[in-house]
Design a protein around this ligand. Structure first.
Ligand SMILES: C[S@@+](CC[C@H](N)C(=O)[O-])C[C@H]1O[C@@H](n2cnc3c(N)ncnc32)[C@H](O)[C@@H]1O
Length: 445
């Protein structure tokens, strides 16, 4: 099957429904006209269509689903995410079983069926029958026949594939190989499994039941844990934040009363850390919708910060700050474990254009810092253009403030020779990995 088109161009149109040759024979047994379509798979199909054909973020597509049982939504998300994580491999299993390329919707249903059969342990009769019900009648026979073959032959075919390579878009593979050498395989492998649920806790909060405390203070629960059911979330003492995402604010070492600006703040994970440490925080965010989420999150946690809607590349309150956090907008390629849609939403040209936005943000942030103040620049990207290259050319007045091994227990090897921190998703692999982040710290001379 053809890989999904790069955004934003429309994917090529598939074949007509009546062109599917001998594999298009009817499914065993007639499908009654009234068979209800399985709501979980219907939603999974809507998610895949949104991401792969319309290049919309999966979270946005989830929000746009019609109201349904939260368990159906969670299951649909799990199926769609499994397809996206292993899209190249699933297509490679399916391709030899298809004489012609079916239309996109049928392709997505086949991908859903293959993911259920090969990755999610759905019993074959349930996976096949529910996928047959999802496609227009002329394709029922094709889907039935192909998925039966996947059930029989797919496990061996999948095992023989170079999945790490197939499941990584070529431009990302090339860029990561250049930046990380042979570790590209470990990075790609780490994108296969759903990420655990990581929580940041307010100071003094007990470790939630079943959580493991990571060396950086993050509480980690197994993948699939429903955060909204956790007492610490309900009490407003915990928020979701990947272990690596918790590092930039910690590396600012804020103290009570310190004047801190959190530029590019929503949805507010780092604002919450700074406010919970007692700092006097101004949180600047440009996007009005995301500001709402930032405010909601702070309110749920009972934390205070002054929230300002503005462009952090121009915003000037007329005062200078003791500390600044710039968690700049980026390609987010470090978050693929949590957002497997990212490879299908980003294009190679996004990287230089985002790097072009980060530069003036960093330059302006430097002007807002008081003499002697500390600035942390961070991006959740694996692309060096959005990390190492920015830090190598800091704006005038900023001098590097190298990160020391004792500040990042368990991540000493993530410190670069310049004193930056570069995390990749294969780090802490045995514990479930972490997001890829670049973090650089400066002082104003
Ligand atoms: C990486 S996210 C920040 C995540 C956040 N720091 C946290 O920990 O929850 C980047 C944010 O920057 C915002 N943003 C992008 N350009 C901006 C600008 N010029 N000024 C202010 N905010 C901006 C985006 O809307 C987005 O919410």
């Amino acid at each position: 099957m053809k890989p999904p088109a790069a955004p934003p161009s429309a994917p090529p149109h598939g074949r007509r429904p009546d062109q599917n040759g001998p594999q298009g024979r009817p499914a065993r047994g007639r499908r009654p006209a009234t068979t209800p379509r399985n709501p979980t798979r219907v939603a999974a199909l809507a998610l895949l269509t949104a991401v792969l054909d319309r290049h919309r973020a999966m979270e946005e597509a989830l929000d746009a689903l019609p109201p349904s049982d939260p368990r159906d939504r969670a299951a649909a998300h799990r199926i769609a995410a499994a397809v996206l994580r292993r899209l190249g491999s699933l297509d490679a299993v399916l391709e030899p079983l298809l004489r012609r390329e079916p239309p996109p919707e049928v392709q997505h249903v086949l991908r859903i069926g293959a993911a259920e059969l090969l990755l999610l342990n759905t019993p074959p009769h349930a996976a096949v029958a529910s996928c047959v019900d999802l496609v227009p009648r002329p394709f029922a026979g094709l889907v039935n026949a192909v998925l039966r073959k996947v059930a029989a032959e797919g496990p061996q075919t999948l095992e023989d594939l170079d999945g790490e390579r197939l499941d990584t878009p070529g431009w990302l593979w090339t860029a990561w190989q250049k930046a990380y050498g042979t570790r590209v395989r470990a990075i790609a492998r780490s994108h296969r499994s759903p990420a655990p649920l990581d929580l940041s806790l307010k100071p003094g909060t007990e470790l939630p039941e079943g959580a493991v405390l990571l060396p950086n203070g993050t509480a980690r629960l197994p993948a699939g844990t429903r955060i909204t059911e956790l007492p610490a979330f309900i009490d407003g003492t915990a928020w979701a934040q990947d272990a690596a995402a918790a590092l930039p604010a910690r590396l600012l070492h804020v103290t009570p009363g310190l004047a801190v600006a959190d530029l590019c703040a929503a949805p507010g994970g780092k604002t919450a850390q700074l406010a919970a440490a007692g700092a006097d925080v101004v949180a600047v965010e440009r996007d009005p919708t995301r500001i709402l989420r930032l405010r909601e999150n702070l309110a749920r946690l009972g934390l205070d910060a002054r929230v300002v809607q503005g462009d952090a590349a121009e915003w000037d309150p007329g005062t200078r700050f003791d500390a600044i956090l710039l968690d700049a907008p980026c390609s987010a390629t470090g978050t693929i474990r949590r957002h497997p849609d990212v490879p299908y939403l980003k294009r190679p040209t996004d990287v230089p254009s985002l790097a072009g936005l980060q530069k003036p943000l960093l330059a302006h942030a430097a002007t807002l810092l008081a003499p002697g103040g500390r600035l942390v620049f961070a991006t959740c990207s694996l692309q060096p253009e959005e990390g190492e290259a920015q830090a190598a050319n800091p704006p005038a007045g900023l001098v590097p403030d190298p990160i020391r091994p004792e500040e990042v227990p368990g991540l000493e090897r993530a410190i670069t020779h310049e004193g930056w921190l570069r995390t990749t998703p294969d780090m802490w692999e045995a514990e479930g990995g972490m997001d890829g982040f670049f973090i650089a710290r400066f002082r104003k001379g």
